[in-house]
Design a protein around this ligand. Sequence first.
Ligand code: KG4
Ligand code: ZN
Length: 331
Amino acid sequence: MILSIESSCDDSSIAITRLEDRAILFHKKISQDSAHSPHGGVVPELASRLHAVALPKILEECAPFFPHLKAIAVTNEPGLSVTLLEGVMMAKALALALHLPLIAVNHLKGHLYSLFLEQESRFPLDVLLVSGGHTMVLHARSFGEIEIIGQSMDDSFGESFDKVAKMLSLGYPGGPIVESYAKEGDASRFPLPLPLAGKKEVAFSFSGLKNAVRLAIQSLQNPPNEQEKRDICASFQATAIAHLIQKCRLYLATSNAPYLAIVGGASANLALREEMERLGERFGKKLLLAPLAYCSDNAAMIGRAALESYALGAFTPPLELTVRPRTPSLC
Ligand code: KG4
Ligand code: ZN
């Protein structure tokens, strides 16, 4: 079995995955949403201190599995340095104390492997990765061959939902709240500009859209009422999704991969899932999705990616493992 640890942002999570059949034998996650909500976003130092309490608590429950462990895996890149360190220090201590090999896992690769929990992987695959830290189009041929086709030039898709929620005083994380407000709103009420509409390259930008939402709120006579909040959320979400779809369409026209996928915390957005389903049908690609419960950060996806490293014997000496908050690639 592999014990995997995730602490790249504000979720403390540990999983146990069986090597022979990829079964998830244990998975637990303690989220910090309520602690960060008053701040409208993640406070790194606070997140780090909460990991220091939550991770050992979850680890205690894993003690019965210790005699069966063959490796320890941990997210070491990308993420918040002070929170990555919590998981990495725990993983190093476990690897040294239990005399087990250590596997470093890239968080984004973890999100990609959330598609393949308890099952075999399927390639080649075009992926839209949408999380709080990243917005990317990837082309994956295998575990070791993942190419970044395009990415955001500024903010991420998920982060822009968090910011819109903050502007409307709706709480954190903004994604699910904005999505539920959008369901009841009129998306044509506030016309917003489609980012990078005339550009032919696969790239994303959300800072202008965020600013347009800010201006729309300021243009109201009074602070927005509930219906205006719903309409702003609906207009914002429709534009943000239209932007993703327009850029994905550009790339998909050039790729002959049989599979298409959305991964990352924001891939839980049902309106986005519907649009991607339609896009997949149009290009004759089968849409792969992670189970809703494993779209946001979790250690099960880290364990699933670690199975591939284990098979390759790709280990890192514990004393050499470092965190890389900003990493340029997935391989
Ligand atoms: O992957 P994730 O859990 O953490 C990172 O690696 O960043 O993604 C969290 C992000 C947050 O910004 C959150 O607001 C967004 O995903 N998110 C959503 C939805 N659920 C979560 N964004 C849009 N719609 C959703 N339903
Ligand atoms: Zn993530």
